[in-house]
Design a protein around this ligand. Structure first.
Ligand code: JFZ
Length: 492
C-alpha cells in the first residue's frame, strides 16, 4: 500500500474521536451523586412496588381547608399560611386533635385492597407537628387528647399487611425557633440554626430508632437556601442515617450538592436513590426519565394533600385516571403513589374509599401488568402502555380500537435473520387466549420497512362489554426470517 494511502486511512480511523465534541469536563464534587444506580436487594424491592399510598395527616385535618365559614382554595396542609387563621390559633389546634375514629388496621387493609405495596406517611409536615411522641419538642401527638403514637400504629399495621413503610419528613419546620429559610446573617441566627440542625438530626435518628421497620425516608421542604448551603453537613447526616439503618432508601429531595444543585448534581447525575421531581407530573417518555429510578406522588383532587372538606374546587380524578397513570408510570420504570388525606377524626372520606376500591378491583385482576414490571421491548402504541417482567409482556389497553382488533407492533429483532412473532397471548381478566386475526391464514401479519411486524389481536365480546381497561399478556418468539419470507412472498 502506498504511504499516502496509509496516511489517509489512519487519518480516517482517528477521525471519529477528533471530530467528536470534547467530552464535557467532569466537575469534582464532594457532595454530589455518590455513584450510579443501587443494585442491592432493598432497592430492587423498591423498584417492584409499582403502586404506593401516600398519607398526609396532621392537625391541618381539623380545619380541613375551612375556618370561620371561609374556604381556602390553597392546599389544605398549608392552611397555617392561608391567611384564614392566625398562626397562634393554628399552633393551638393540636390541643383538640383527638382522632377517635382512627383505626390503623382499617387503613392498612384498605391500602392492601387497593394494591399498594408501600406507604409513605407524614410524620411531620411544614407546620412542625409530630405524629410521633418526639422527645425533642412538645409539639407532638403525646400532648394532644389522643396521646397515642400514630406513627407506631401505622408502621405496625401496614407492616403486618406486608406493605413497606416510608416516613415523610419535612425539613421546613415552622414551629422550631431555630428554623430559617434564608442563611443566617449574624452570629445569633447562626447559633439558632445550629440548634435547628441538631434538632433535625436528633428527630431523624429518633424515627429510625423507634421504627426499625422503616424502609426509607421521603424528604420534603428542603428547598430553602439555608438548607442548601448546608450541603456538606446534610450529606454527612445522610451517610450517618444510612450507616445506622442499612438498606435505607432516600430520594433526591434531601440534599443539594456543594454548588447548590438539587435533585441532579453539577455533572447531571442523580443525587441519592431515586428521582423525586415527578410530583403530580408524569414523564412523557423514557428519555425524560434518563435511566433513573423515580416515583410520582399524585393527589386525587388538583393539589390537595391534606384533608380539604370541599372537593368541588377542582377536578377529582377517577379510578380510571389513576389506573392509567399507574400503568404509564410503570411502563416508564417508575412507581406511582396515590395520596389520601384523612379527616380530623381519623376517617378516610367516602370518595377516597370508593376510589381505592375501584383501583383495587382493577389491580386484583390486572396487577401483574404493574408489580415487578418495567418498560417493555415494545415501543409506545396508541392503545395504551406496555410493561414487561421476564419474558411476559403486558399490553394494558386504554383505547379500544373501533373494530375490536388490537394492532400490536412488535420490535425488530436484533438478529437480522430473525423476526419476532407472538407465541402466546392471553387476557388477564378471563384467562382466555387472545386469538390472532386470520390465524394461520395468509395476511395474518405484515411488516414495515424497518423489519417490525404487526399482529391484530381479536378483542372478544366478553372483554368489550366490561368497559374497563384490560390487559393482554403476550410471549414473543423469534423465528428464522426465511420461513416468514417464503410465506410473505406467497402473499405478495
Ligand atoms: C410539597 C409540600 O409543600 C406539599 O404540602 C406536599 O406535602 C407535597 C408532597 O410536597 O409540595 C411540593 C414539593 C415539591 C414540588 C411540588 C410541591 N415540586 O418539586 O414540584
Amino acid at each position: 500500500m502506498k504511504p499516502f494511502i496509509i496516511l489517509f486511512l489512519s487519518a480516517l480511523m482517528t477521525l471519529p474521536t477528533t471530530a467528536q465534541t470534547p467530552a464535557k469536563e467532569r466537575i469534582t464534587l464532594q457532595h454530589g451523586s455518590h455513584g450510579g444506580k443501587r443494585t442491592d436487594a432493598e432497592m430492587q424491592r423498591w423498584r417492584e412496588y409499582g403502586i404506593g399510598q401516600f398519607i398526609h395527616w396532621g392537625v391541618y385535618a381539623i380545619p380541613g381547608g375551612q375556618w370561620n365559614g371561609k374556604t381556602s382554595t390553597g392546599a389544605a396542609e398549608w392552611f397555617r399560611s392561608s391567611g384564614l387563621i392566625s398562626k397562634e390559633e393554628y399552633d393551638n389546634l393540636y390541643k383538640q386533635f383527638n382522632p377517635t375514629d382512627f383505626d390503623a388496621k382499617k387503613w392498612a387493609k384498605q391500602a392492601k385492597q387497593m394494591g399498594a405495596r408501600y406507604m409513605i406517611f407524614t410524620t411531620k409536615h411544614h407546620d412542625g407537628f409530630c405524629m410521633w411522641p418526639s422527645k425533642y419538642t412538645d409539639y407532638t401527638i403525646a400532648h394532644t387528647p389522643y396521646k397515642k403514637d400514630i406513627v407506631k400504629e401505622l408502621v405496625d399495621a401496614y407492616t403486618a399487611e406486608e406493605i413497606d413503610v416510608y416516613l415523610y419528613f419535612s425539613i421546613i419546620d415552622w414551629n422550631h425557633p431555630g428554623y430559617q429559610s434564608a442563611p443566617a446573617g449574624n452570629d445569633k441566627d447562626k447559633a439558632r440554626y445550629e440548634k435547628f440542625k441538631a434538632f433535625t438530626r436528633n428527630q431523624l435518628i429518633e424515627l429510625l430508632t423507634n421504627y426499625p421497620a422503616t424502609k426509607g425516608l421521603w424528604f420534603d421542604g428542603s428547598w430553602d437556601k439555608a438548607w442548601i448551603e448546608e450541603s456538606a453537613w446534610v450529606d454527612d447526616l445522610g451517610e450517618e442515617l444510612r450507616a445506622m439503618h442499612p438498606g435505607l432508601i432516600i430520594g433526591s429531595r434531601f440534599r443539594a450538592d456543594e454548588k447548590g444543585n438539587r435533585h441532579v448534581d453539577a455533572n447531571g447525575e442523580l443525587i441519592d436513590d431515586y428521582d423525586q421531581r415527578f410530583e403530580r407530573n408524569l414523564p412523557a417518555d423514557l428519555k425524560e426519565v434518563g435511566g433513573n429510578d423515580w416515583d410520582c406522588a399524585m393527589t386525587i383532587p388538583e393539589n390537595q394533600w391534606g384533608y380539604h372538606r370541599d372537593w368541588s374546587l377542582s377536578y377529582v380524578k377517577t379510578p380510571y385516571d389513576l389506573i392509567e397513570m399507574a400503568v404509564k408510570a410503570n411502563s416508564l420504570d417508575g412507581n406511582f403513589v396515590i395520596n389520601f388525606g384523612p379527616d380530623g377524626k381519623g376517617n378516610i372520606r367516602k370518595e377516597e374509599t370508593d376510589i381505592a376500591k375501584g383501583i383495587g378491583d382493577w389491580t386484583a385482576v390486572n396487577g401483574a401488568a404493574i408489580y415487578g414490571t418495567h418498560h417493555s421491548l415494545l415501543e409506545k402504541q396508541d392503545w395504551g402502555y406496555s410493561t414487561q417482567k421476564d419474558s411476559a409482556i403486558y399490553l394494558s389497553v386504554f383505547n379500544k380500537p373501533m373494530n375490536n382488533l388490537l394492532r400490536v407492533k412488535l420490535p425488530k429483532s436484533k438478529n437480522p435473520n430473525r423476526i419476532y412473532v407472538i407465541e402466546k397471548a392471553r387476557f388477564l381478566s378471563t384467562k382466555e387466549p387472545a386469538q390472532i386475526n386470520g390465524n394461520g391464514k395468509a395476511g395474518t401479519y405484515y411488516r414495515d420497512k424497518t423489519g417490525a411486524s404487526y399482529y391484530d389481536l381479536i378483542i372478544p365480546e366478553k372483554i368489550q362489554q366490561t368497559n374497563q381497561p384490560f390487559v393482554i399478556v403476550i410471549q414473543l418468539k423469534e423465528i428464522d426470517k426465511k420461513d416468514q419470507d417464503a410465506y410473505q412472498q406467497a402473499i405478495t
